[in-house]
Design a protein around this ligand. Structure first.
Ligand code: IMP
Ligand code: MG
Length: 178
């Protein structure tokens, strides 16, 4: 069993690099077929999705652009605590077909927040591609269109996902050892 240490925690390999690559190629094929003859704006969510976005985008053959946004924690003065603001918009997406690229959908709060912004900016269509989905934790009704892997409700690192900022460079996906 392949094990790695990230900071104070041990993780074991869950999905090897080759399997991730294979699955990403399948998702790209699906997207190429679904959007045949159309133009797509991919929107990667930083930081976690940068590797998945790169792997996926290389395999896209329809006319496409890619842009990235980031959720910045803003410490509000109100009692409601931290508010997350989406920063880095530089793409006019009004009337465009948008595919959001996420590393992982957990509760779906992040996704809901981003989709809200895309509707305000009048995207004509929004779909979601995520490398990982935690079905036991997902509480929203929003359909997740392209899912790499459905995984148990445990903590994952690697392939862009981090534990306190570290572990993003691991080429495979690892799960917290218990
Ligand atoms: P959500 O808003 O609850 O869906 O959480 C989404 C965000 O939480 C992801 O974009 C990740 O940044 C982070 N996250 C959730 N689960 C994990 C995990 O297992 N490992 C690393 N980051 C995670
Ligand atoms: Mg993320």
């Amino acid at each position: 069993m392949k094990e790695v240490q990230v900071l104070d925690k041990k993780f074991r390999e869950l999905i090897p690099e080759e399997e991730i690559d294979r699955r990403i190629a399948e998702i790209a094929m699906q997207i190429n077929s679904d959007y045949a003859g159309r133009e797509v704006v991919f929107l990667g969510i930083l930081n976690g999705a940068f590797l998945f976005a790169a792997g996926l985008f290389k395999k896209i053959t329809v006319r496409a652009r890619i842009s990235f946004v980031k959720l910045a924690s803003y410490e509000g003065t109100s009692s409601s605590g931290s508010i997350k603001e989406l920063i880095g918009w530089n793409e006019d997406i009004s009337g465009k077909e948008v595919v959001i690229i996420e590393d992982i959908v957990d509760t779906g709060n992040t996704l809901e927040r981003i989709i809200g912004e895309l509707l305000i900016r009048k995207a004509s269509g929004v779909r979601i591609a995520t490398l990982l989905l935690k079905p036991d934790s997902y509480t929203k009704d929003i359909p997740v269109d392209y899912v790499g892997f459905r995984i148990p409700n445990d903590f994952i690192v690697g392939y862009g996902l981090d534990y306190s900022g570290f572990g993003r460079n691991l080429p495979s996906l690892y799960i917290l050892s218990k």
